[in-house]
Ligand binder design. Structure first.
Ligand code: HDE
Length: 668
């Protein structure tokens, strides 16, 4: 199957690894590139040195402004394949023609930190997908959390100012644990639902490959007869939804700040292509007012038990970028990039986004021609009368650049709707000009409670710990008290525990919203568990039994589990067994499980620490020690859940443990 986007991008690619003479940007061959032109070997550099000036000027201007939010990200190419035609709901050809394979580009991101911040910080993750369809680009610019902090776009600059590093110190980087963020939350109770998600384990994903994605807003699908349905978009990862634990996430932020981007890159290079199914929640127009929430409110989700997610296709990320800047940094998403058959709703957050995204590219990418940058070009032809501007790449031929024209038979001409021209949905709209919030948007707490109720006990505990951590980092008593006052509307017990931990006042009156409603789909405890593509550390202390080790490694490979052999020094044990990491370069936080192989009578402290932190982070531990007394000083006990004595059992139970992932029962 030809990938139209890959073919198009090839036309813009240059393989610098091929032998070619070094030239200036004017094509002049350069004979010397190490020394500037000087007046005498020890003399000053001459201004006529055009080669030096060109090289240095280009370098001086290599950077562009980073994204105002979602600055740190990583991207990959892939394809989208539809399972069944959605012709009943939409006329979009990539959602109706199952013979089509649509090229996609996805960029994942964190929100708060700068381009150089760490991957594993507590934050919402961006999940933006560009579908290069035959009818133009469709961008699904979503997050890994299905709701948002605010209801109206006009508050976005305020929210982001509060979230970002504080203006007088530029602290903290890649974190929301600070006064201005929590001040905003305490003052804006519409954030109640989202902040519960942001404090949950969803905000510290194990891998970008193991996150859900959500379009968040309500959109519309329009079919060929002009009928509309409301829709929410979902991405469901085939590997399941998994998270790190907070202590682990913080360690990784130091041990490997590129943990997520490296994981994505390596998985794709290895052929472990990440996959997500596209799911749609669909509500007929006539049911718009059937729910106990307003379907236009972006702080509300549609419980999957009430509005099932219809799985309609699959996305596979199968190619890394050739050049990070050209592709990942220059890609420009916009929720307003739609195709016939997809339209907006009146969600006031979405409406504002429709302005912001093109606007921001003007300063970030330097002008109005950013759509001509290769990664942003559609794969279908595009013609109009827009002209000129900074970095115009196209040589538009001809005399006319206006509509209607007689000189060029009115070309390019608008296309009738029946032939694929876009037509906005003819929604009837009437109203007075007013600044205000619909009363139907005023229930801030019910779904925050629904989310909390739906979590497994260990997830609830993590959420309370996260709140205590974040608010514990705040310095203002007012900020802390206000945050607890917000929690008091959601869950009294949460408010009480957090207030106790952070020394804040618990309001006298219990204002918690009364509801036992749960949505099992919201808990990550109900996700898919499998060992594939996870990574085990095999820790060697002394000379191993080569045969056994080789056998284990073969079995791990059968389950597509990655591994790394870690020892004091890097060396080759046998043609198939190589130590690739030392106890200095590796850390337990970077692996999903660990096996200790020791022939010593006393295991070294650094190795014990490795095993103990693996255990502390609830991960499976395999132990194959010659002398049990070697473990005397180790806090990992052989009878604990998820600990396997590999001198007694074979490796299979350990692999089952890796599938399960975490042994939360250790903490309860
Ligand atoms: Fe964004 N957002 N956003 N956002 N957003 C940007 O656009 C904005 C919102 C999201 O990988 C910016 O090109 C406003 C919700 C992602 O390149 C900017 C509002 C959701 C990305 C912008 C929102 C998102 C962005 C910054 C409130 C989930 C990264 C750079 C009305 C549905 C895309 C850029 C990428 C990026 C504005 C709220 C997702 C400034 C005004 C809700 C994934 O235009």
């Amino acid at each position: 199957m030809v990938n139209k986007k890959a073919v198009q991008l090839e036309n813009f690619s240059i393989d610098n690894e091929k032998t070619a003479p070094l030239t200036t940007n004017q094509g002049l061959k350069v004979s010397e590139d190490e020394f500037s032109l000087k007046a005498g070997l020890r003399g000053p550099t001459l201004i006529e040195d055009f080669h030096f000036r060109e090289k240095m000027t280009h370098f001086d201007h290599e950077r562009i402004p980073e994204r105002v939010v979602h600055a740190r990200g990583v991207g990959a190419h892939g394809i989208f394949q539809l399972y069944e035609s959605l012709v009943e709901y939409t006329r979009a050809d990539f959602l109706t023609d199952i013979s089509k394979t649509t090229p996609v580009f996805v960029r994942f991101s964190t929100v708060q930190g700068s381009r150089g911040s760490s991957d594993t910080v507590r934050d919402v993750r961006g999940f933006a997908t560009k579908f290069y369809t035959d009818e133009g680009n469709f961008d699904l610019v979503g997050n890994n959390i299905p709701v948002f902090f605010i209801q109206d776009a006009i508050k976005f600059p305020d929210f982001v100012h509060a979230l970002k590093p504080e203006p007088h110190t530029e602290i903290p980087q890649g974190a929301s644990a600070h006064d201005t963020f929590w001040d905003f939350i305490g003052q804006n109770h519409e954030s109640a639902h989202m902040v519960m998600w942001a404090m949950s384990d969803r905000a510290i994903p194990r891998s970008l490959r193991m996150m859900e994605g959500f379009g968040v807003h309500t959109f519309r699908l329009i079919n060929a007869d002009g009928e509309a349905h409301f829709v929410k978009f979902h991405w469901k990862p085939l590997l399941g939804v998994h998270s790190l634990v907070w202590d682990e996430a913080q360690r990784i932020a130091g041990k490997n700040p590129d943990f997520h981007r490296q994981d994505l890159y390596e998985a794709i290079e290895k052929g472990d292509f990440p996959e997500w199914e596209l799911g749609l929640q669909i509500i007929p127009e006539k049911d718009e007012f059937k729910f106990d929430f307003d379907i236009l409110d972006p702080t509300k989700l549609w419980p999957e038990e009430e509005v099932p997610v219809k799985i309609v296709g699959k996305m596979t990320l199968n190619r890394n970028v050739h050049n990070f800047f050209a592709e990942t940094e220059q890609v420009a998403f916009h929720p307003g990039h739609v195709v016939p058959g997809i339209d907006f709703s009146n969600d006031p957050l979405l409406q504002g986004r429709l302005f912001s995204y093109t606007d921001t590219q003007l300063s970030r990418l330097g002008g109005p021609n950013f759509h001509q940058i290769p990664i942003n070009q559609p794969v279908c032809p595009f013609h109009n009368n827009q002209r000129d501007g900074i970095h115009q790449m196209t040589i538009h031929q001809g005399q006319t650049s206006y509509h209607r024209n007689g000189l060029n038979a009115n070309q390019p001409e608008p296309e009738p709707v029946e032939l694929g021209g876009y037509e906005s949905y003819q929604e009837k709209v009437e109203g007075r000009k007013i600044r205000g919030r619909s009363e139907s948007f005023l229930d801030f707490y019910s779904q925050a409670k629904l989310f909390y109720n739906s979590l497994a006990p260990f997830e609830q505990q993590h959420l309370k710990d996260a709140l205590s951590f974040e608010l514990g980092k705040c310095r203002s008593d007012m900020v802390k008290n206000n945050a607890v006052a917000l929690l008091n509307h959601i869950d009294r017990q949460v408010a009480e525990e957090v207030a106790g931990n952070i020394g804040a006042e618990l309001p006298e009156e219990n204002l918690e919203v009364k509801s036992d409603k749960k949505s099992p789909a919201l808990s990550m405890a109900n996700t898919v568990n499998q060992p594939a593509t996870k990574c085990a550390a095999i820790l060697l202390d002394g000379d191993p039994d080569d045969e056994k080790l080789t056998d284990w490694i073969r079995t791990l490979a059968q389950f597509n589990i990655n591994y790394s052999i870690v020892s004091k020094k890097i060396y080759t044990i046998s043609p198939v067994l190589k130590v690739t990491d030392t106890f200095d370069t590796a850390d337990s936080s970077l692996f999903d499980a660990a096996i200790l192989v020791s022939t010593s009578t006393e295991v070294e402290p650094s190795i014990l620490e490795f095993i103990e932190t693996t255990f502390k982070h609830f991960k499976p531990v395999g132990v194959a020690v010659k002398e049990l007394q070697a473990l005397a000083r180790c806090r990992v006990k052989l009878d604990s859940p998820g600990v396997y004595d590999l001198t007694k059992v074979d490796i299979n139970p350990f692999i089952e443990g890796m599938a399960k992932g975490r042994f939360w029962e250790r903490s309860l």
